[in-house]
Design a protein around this ligand. Structure first.
Ligand SMILES: Cc1cc2nc3c(=O)[nH]c(=O)nc-3n(C[C@H](O)[C@H](O)[C@H](O)COP(=O)(O)O)c2cc1C
Length: 364
């Protein structure tokens, strides 16, 4: 099977990509004081190695407790100068780059005794049911967070990024609104249904969309899994999936960025179609898939000490050709092999390096 589908160009609004390969967002915890300048070389190497697009690590919006590590990249204040350096470097190498706008919500960092710059804020002050951390957001907190999303959307445009991603997965702030266990609010931001609990994330998307302007592609990252519950599930039918996501499409999402442990796991019984495939089918929008592309195991296994081994990607290319998704986000394979895209294109996959747990540790 040819890998040619992975190397077709892609366009969405003002974003033009030379191929379908993106580097998945990966925190490097290497931004002292939040300044990401040291990430410039790390990202640029992946572009020089053939990837078309960099999704940055989660970059914290302007709230005191929006990041849970002192070396997380920030997306406000002096850190924005660092992002200019990063963007210029990626562009000079012929690539495109999108910041991932992030707020960690109630999630702290395991094993860290660093104290956040503010009290953790989240819908109901919970990391999971019965597991409190920080406080439930007041109306003033909610307004301030939306303002921070707007400011980040505006900065995305003025700095010259090629697209923007809103992180609404993996159990962080926006996902904590979606999840019934962590959103027990009785005001308009809570509710018994996923659609009702989507109101605040929708508002965040509207803010970013309005500030970033109509022509900048907006990715929305979604997942079922979250560190507090790796097996969490939001939808059981295609109709539920459609009811959840269509309001996001209407609010300005251009591309869904679907995160799963394995890109090819069927979402529903009685159909082989993956989460990404179903999102594309019910929304009709382009989709970027992610999860164990070109690498065995999954990110939790590698964080847990198992080394991932390089894997062929013929099936990924075939599913793309069949219309299951439009873009791939590659994490561990690109961490271990900066020139992964060129290598698979040139048939040199036999020499690819495995992804050891050490590679996931902080650093670039
Ligand atoms: C070290 C590391 C840091 C990560 N940081 C982020 C992040 O900041 N934001 C995010 O959405 N996902 C993050 N992820 C998840 C990846 O984007 C991706 O979904 C996951 O690694 C699965 O893809 P893979 O199997 O190709 O590695 C991280 C993964 C790793 C390994």
């Amino acid at each position: 099977m040819s890998l040619a589908p992975l190397f077709e160009p892609f366009q969405c609004k003002s974003l033009r990509l030379r191929n379908r390969i993106a580097m998945a967002s990966m925190a490097r915890w290497a931004s002292p004081g939040g300044n990401p300048a040291a990430l410039a070389d790390f990202y640029t190497k992946r572009i020089k190695g053939g990837a078309a697009l960099v999704m940055t690590e989660g970059a914290a919006i302007n709230r005191p407790a929006s990041y849970n590590d002192p070396q997380s990249a920030r997306f406000f204040g002096p850190a924005l100068e660092g992002w200019k350096t990063v963007v210029q470097s990626v562009h000079a190498a012929g690539g495109a780059i999108a910041p991932q706008l992030w707020h960690c919500g109630a999630v702290g960092k395991k094993g860290s005794d660093w104290v956040q710059d503010g009290d953790p804020e989240s819908p109901s002050g919970l990391v999971s049911a019965g597991n409190p951390r920080g406080h439930a957001m007041t109306n003033a907190d909610l307004d301030a967070v939306l303002k921070a999303y707007s400011e980040a959307g505006a900065a995305t445009r003025t700095i010259g990024f090629d697209a923007v991603e809103v992180h609404a997965g993996h159990g962080y702030l926006l996902d904590q609104f979606l999840w019934a266990e962590t959103n027990q609010r009785s005001d308009r931001w809570g509710g018994a249904t996923l659609v009702a609990r989507s109101r605040f994330p929708l508002e965040a998307v509207r803010c970013v969309r309005a500030a970033a302007g109509p022509d900048l592609p907006l990715f929305l990252r979604i997942s079922h899994w979250k560190s507090a519950d790796l097996a969490a599930r939001y939808v059981e039918t295609p109709a539920e999936l459609e009811a959840w996501l269509m309001p996001f499409a209407k609010a300005g999402v251009d591309i869904f960025s679907v995160s799963d442990f394995h890109w090819d796991t069927p979402l529903f019984r009685n159909s082989p179609l993956s989460f990404a495939g179903w999102v594309r089918k019910v929304t009709g929008l382009p989709v970027m898939t992610c999860g164990a592309i070109g690498m065995s195991g999954d990110l939790m296994a590698t964080f847990g000490g198992e080394t991932g081994q390089p894997q062929p990607v013929d099936a990924v290319a075939r599913h793309m050709a069949d219309g299951a998704f439009d873009l791939i986000a590659v994490g561990r394979a690109l961490l271990a092999n900066p020139d992964w895209a060129d290598r698979i294109r040139n048939g040199a996959a036999a020499d690819l390096a495995p992804c050891t747990p050490q590679l996931l540790a902080p650093g670039v």
